[in-house]
Write a protein that binds this ligand. Structure first.
Ligand SMILES: [Fe+2]
Length: 313
């Protein structure tokens, strides 16, 4: 964005000068400059929210539906994070924390462990409601945050954050050798896969009268996708299996398509137990050599994680 280029107003994903400025200064944690949202941004929220309502009613976990109510979310305007947090904090202590972009894995996990949820404040372009080059405020606030109102889910997420950050902290005192870096990358891959197949794309058995064979969605990647929420429950192209930890930590995934493979938990208590098992495995070194593949953990990501974990320690 050189000088003389017409300024694009608003807080549109990949087109927000405010965000570019924050990134160029290296500011990861920022504020939500609410007055910068354009009418088009609010229209984008309105469109996204309105078309999800029926789908949420039909496919979402009922704790999610209750969460929408208790947060006072509505389909009219992009939400103010301060207002959302005013409702959320008394329920579970969680807080949405505005960020300028990608949060390195260790820092992200560490935030979860402290009941802070890194939250994107930009919103996708009104013209492309389905195309999502990166997370936006609709995914983060409408997809994730309603789940954070549920105490059992919130405890599971906190626990996961502590375990995932702990996986790096367990290794920081060792000499920085190639072997160590491979172990760190392996643990981070395992944690990212666990997060992906649960918090982002998890399905839950529903004892009651739910649609689609008694399955309900609790994963936020599904809860914020008009097309995939239905596909995840209804499509015969999706393979759905009972949650299986040894499979999940070794299973790669692609972020650029509907998920062909999903895992089903019985309840949030069940998921909490699995996080405890994940911790046991991590401490026993069973995550030090998980299958290679997606997601790729860059050398830079390993450097940032090791440095941050050393600081923490
Ligand atoms: Fe997400």
């Amino acid at each position: 964005m050189g000088t003389g280029v017409e300024q694009v107003p608003g807080l549109t994903t990949t087109k927000a000068p405010f965000i570019e400025g924050a990134r160029s200064r290296g500011d990861l944690f920022i504020t939500q400059p609410y007055e910068k949202y354009s009418e088009e941004n609010h229209q984008s929220w309105r469109n996204l929210y309105a078309r999800m309502l029926d789908r949420w009613e039909r496919y979402a976990n009922h704790r999610f539906l209750e969460g929408l109510d208790s947060l006072g979310l509505n389909g009219e305007r992009v939400p103010r994070l301060e207002e959302v947090n005013g409702f959320l904090a008394p329920l579970t202590g969680f807080k949405a924390k505005p960020v300028s972009g990608y949060v390195p894995a260790y820092l992200f996990f560490d935030c979860l462990g402290r009941r802070e949820f890194p939250t994107t404040i930009t919103i996708r372009d009104v013209a492309t409601p389905d195309y999502l080059p990166e997370p936006d405020i609709f995914h983060d606030i409408a997809g994730h945050v309603p789940m954070h109102t549920d105490p059992a889910f919130a405890e599971t997420l906190v626990r996961f954050g502590q375990v995932a950050a702990g996986a790096v902290e367990r290794l920081v005192d060792q000499d920085d050798t190639t072997e160590l870096r491979e172990r760190v990358a392996s643990n981070m891959r395992a944690m990212a896969r666990f997060f992906w197949f649960t918090i982002e794309f998890g399905l839950m058995r529903d004892g009651s009268d739910g649609g689609g064979d008694g399955l309900r969605v609790y994963g936020s990647g599904l809860l914020s996708s008009y097309g995939e929420i239905q596909h995840s429950v209804e499509s015969e192209a999706v393979q759905r299996y009972p949650f299986q930890l040894e499979w999940i930590v070794n299973q790669g995934f692609r972020i650029d398509r509907y998920q062909p493979l999903l895992f089903v938990v019985d309840s949030f208590d069940h998921l909490f137990d699995e996080v405890n098992r994940l911790e046991d495995w991590m401490k026993e070194g069973r995550l030090d050599n998980v299958a290679p593949g997606e997601p790729t953990i860059s050398e830079e990501e390993i450097d940032i994680s090791l440095a941050a974990a050393r600081e923490e320690g």
